[in-house]
Ligand binder design. Structure first.
Ligand code: BTN
Length: 265
């Protein structure tokens, strides 16, 4: 950690009303990636409390799903990572953490955005046909336990426009035509992720699975997909407990992992 990059450290801050997510907040003016920096912090000898959040005003090497980069205009958006320790979750149920985090973000934003807000499987936050945010969860296993989970979240908040090479992005400001206080949205998101995570911790899987499935983008709509070299009409019917997407086409249901299927239109 470079001292000149460190902006403020607030321990036991009182902006966040939850029990632990966000209580320990570390803010950087500029850093490579908040996920990487949380991972680095974990590899130092001092213990890092569950719920620690690292946020950055600007990332120089923000990482997205599938080896993509995550671009975000400095100071305009939320880019942060939360440390969770879901050792109660069997690795077979890892996708339930994706559900909990997606639902936490969804529940924080839904009062502002209403029904056009959806979760695009597996974990993109969509408004109508545009991407408002994304999640990158990196689990660190110890034997069969998920010892640490680094939950990286990028949300477009106050950015006015996006480069032409990211045509599918949208910000809260573009939708609602006003600027938002980043810390206040962060606080709502932390509170809601904590609530969904506590549901998971108290074994309320079914409630979360149902809530997540009901909020899926393109659920029960006839759409066009690509799998391998096949382009076909299909209808999303839900998500398996394991996280595979269930798409019905030609009268039969097939299951796909993230690399196997692409949403076309
Ligand atoms: C996606 O591709 O949709 C996931 C994007 C995740 C981006 C966030 S920004 C904060 C955290 N740090 C990173 O390097 N990536 C995640």
């Amino acid at each position: 950690m470079n001292a000149t990059e460190l902006h403020i450290i607030i321990l036991q801050n009182n902006i966040f009303s939850g029990l632990f997510v966000g209580q320990n907040l570390i803010t950087f003016k500029q850093i490579g990636s908040t996920n990487t920096s949380l991972k680095d912090l974990l590899s130092n000898s001092r213990p890092v409390p569950e719920g620690t959040v690292i946020m950055a005003e600007s990332q120089t090497a923000g990482r997205g799903q599938q080896q993509n980069r995550w671009h975000s205009e400095p100071g305009k958006n939320l880019t942060f990572s939360i440390l969770l320790k879901p050792s109660f979750l069997s690795p077979n149920n890892q996708f339930d953490l994706t559900r909990a985090v997606s639902m936490g973000i969804f529940n924080a934003l839904e009062p502002l955005l209403g029904s056009p807000l959806r979760i695009k499987w597996p974990n993109d936050i969509y408004y109508e046909n545009k991407k408002l945010g994304g999640i990158l969860i990196e689990n660190i296993l110890q034997g069969t336990l998920i010892k640490n989970s680094i939950v990286g979240i990028g949300l477009n908040i106050n950015q006015d426009n996006f480069p032409l090479d990211i045509p599918g992005a949208v910000s809260l400001k573009q939708i609602l035509h006003k600027d938002y206080e980043l810390k206040s949205i962060l606080s709502d998101i932390c509170k809601n992720i904590e609530a969904a995570y506590l549901e998971l911790r108290s074994d309320r899987f079914e409630h979360l699975r149902k809530a997540y499935a009901e909020r899926l983008y393109w659920l029960n709509e006839d759409k066009i997909f690509r799998a391998g070299n096949q382009v076909f009409n299909g209808i999303i019917k839900g998500v398996k407990d394991s996280g595979l997407l269930i798409v019905e086409h030609d009268g039969a249901a097939s299951e796909y992992n993230q690399k196997e299927i692409e949403f076309l239109h």
